[in-house]
Design a protein around this ligand. Structure first.
Ligand code: TRP
Length: 427
């Protein structure tokens, strides 16, 4: 299998220059590399989590799709699709939800931030938490695992989600793989450039700071107006200026050749006025963005063309997702009644791992035992009054191995017991 790269954009707004420089442009460039299979999608299921304005979501999805295409994405080579066109994704989300620890989701940054904000406002901790928000990382894991992406380019705020996807993948592989790795463990790719493009005020360009330069929206006029608002120092034309650390210069760099960068700096040191510098910046950006904007406007004016591109993308994506999901359904036990081979196979394979069995005897007391891969008794517990206590000991033995005070009789050799317990710690 070639190397797979996948990323999604939540469809709640339009894109700005920072999105283009940090995400779209490098993704389009990377998608042209040989041996790379790219998957880009509009994360519109994710949009529902934070937005209840249907028109906004629909418009945003269309604008982002048009942006991808206008930015030069070769849709014959890459797979561009709407998340919501792939019903296999929510289905996989459920399979993954069932193997995801709630405790792990409690630690998700986005959820914790919502809780912290509510608590700070004196509200109930979960006042602003929908199940969608809580389960956000599982849906994202399904996005990634559905296509077995190796690399996921994202902003730093998303890295935790990729780590969660890895954990879920590992757990699913372990529980249902019978030695097979269904899911590739994905890796986050964070480009430092991605975080760097400054906005009008010099802070990172971000909707939440209200400091963005629109990419296409509003045309050349809006671009010019935005650049006019970039904060500079108060040096007058003719005064020498220090180009370093100026947002204007960093924005210029993002579109300039090394020669242009050097020339721009020299001109500023020689006294180029900020007004003129801004005009040069507008021209430079417009030279890059103008032709793309024309394509963007054409696509926005012709929804049928864009829709056809997305339908073709969905077909390509589903050609991968549907057969894969079929395999996963089989693996977890969602099978046609005529499919008996899988069960027998599974039983034979299951026996290849040691197991803890917990049970209750006729005396009303609770017990557990450890059986080796071939069914030999290795450990036999004492009786417990509470099932919970037996369970806690099983968990502890799995975690820590055979601790000295474990309430068990050793029925197998030290080596066999140690090997069986090690298999759990590898989990
Ligand atoms: N959560 C991502 C964001 O807000 C968007 C997203 C959804 C995504 N699913 C994904 C990104 C899968 C990468 C892979 O930026």
């Amino acid at each position: 299998m070639s190397h797979r790269v996948l990323t999604g954009i939540t469809t709640t707004g339009t894109l700005h220059l920072g999105n283009y420089v940090g995400a779209i442009r490098p993704a389009v460039a990377a998608s042209r590399a040989p041996g790379v299979e790219s998957f880009f999608f509009m994360a519109d299921f994710h949009a529902l989590i934070k937005c209840d304005e249907p028109d906004r979501i629909a418009r945003s999805s269309r604008a982002i799709a048009a942006t991808w295409v206008a930015a030069g994405l070769d849709t014959d080579r890459v797979t561009l699709y709407r998340q919501s066109d792939i019903p296999e994704i929510p289905e996989l989300t459920w399979l993954l939800t069932c193997v995801t620890a709630k405790g792990q989701m409690n630690r998700a940054h986005a959820y914790k931030a919502a809780v912290d904000a509510a608590v700070a406002a004196g509200e109930d901790p979960d006042a602003n938490v929908s199940m969608g928000l809580f389960s956000y990382p599982v849906l994202m894991a399904a996005d990634i695992l559905m296509f077995n992406a190796h690399q996921v380019p994202v902003g730093k705020d998303q890295v935790q989600h990729i780590e969660m996807a890895r954990d879920v993948a590992q757990r699913f592989n372990h529980l249902f793989g019978q030695g097979r790795e269904f899911f590739v463990l994905p890796e986050a790719v964070t480009d430092t450039e991605m975080e760097l493009l400054p906005g009008l005020d010099g802070r990172k360009m971000s909707k939440s700071y209200d400091n963005v330069v629109p990419l296409f929206e509003g045309g050349a006029k809006a671009l010019k107006e935005a650049i006019a608002r970039v904060v500079t120092d108060s040096k007058l034309p003719g005064e020498p200026k220090d180009p370093e650390g100026q947002a204007l210069v960093t924005l210029y760099d993002a579109f300039a050749t090394p020669e242009q960068r050097a020339a721009f700096r020299t001109a500023l040191r020689d006294g180029l006025g900020w007004g003129d510098a801004k005009q040069q910046l507008v021209q430079l950006i417009e030279a890059h963005v103008g032709p793309m904007r024309a394509r963007y406007d054409a696509l926005m004016a012709n929804p049928a063309e864009l829709e056809a591109i997305l339908q073709a993308g969905a077909a390509k994506a589903r050609a991968i997702a549907a057969p894969f999901l079929k395999t996963l359904r089989e693996a977890v036990g969602l099978r046609p009644y005529t499919s008996t081979a899988a069960t027998t196979q599974a039983k034979a394979d299951k026996a290849a791992l040691p197991v803890f069995k917990q049970y209750r005897e006729a005396d009303g007391k609770f017990y557990f035992k450890l059986l080796s891969a071939d069914g030999a008794l290795l450990l036999q517990s004492h009786a417990f009054e509470q099932g919970r206590d037996a369970g806690q000991w099983v968990a502890r033995l799995k975690r820590e191995g055979l601790v000295a005070d474990a309430p068990v009789a050793r029925e197998g050799t030290e080596a066999d017991i140690a090997a069986a317990l090690a298999a759990f710690q590898a989990e």
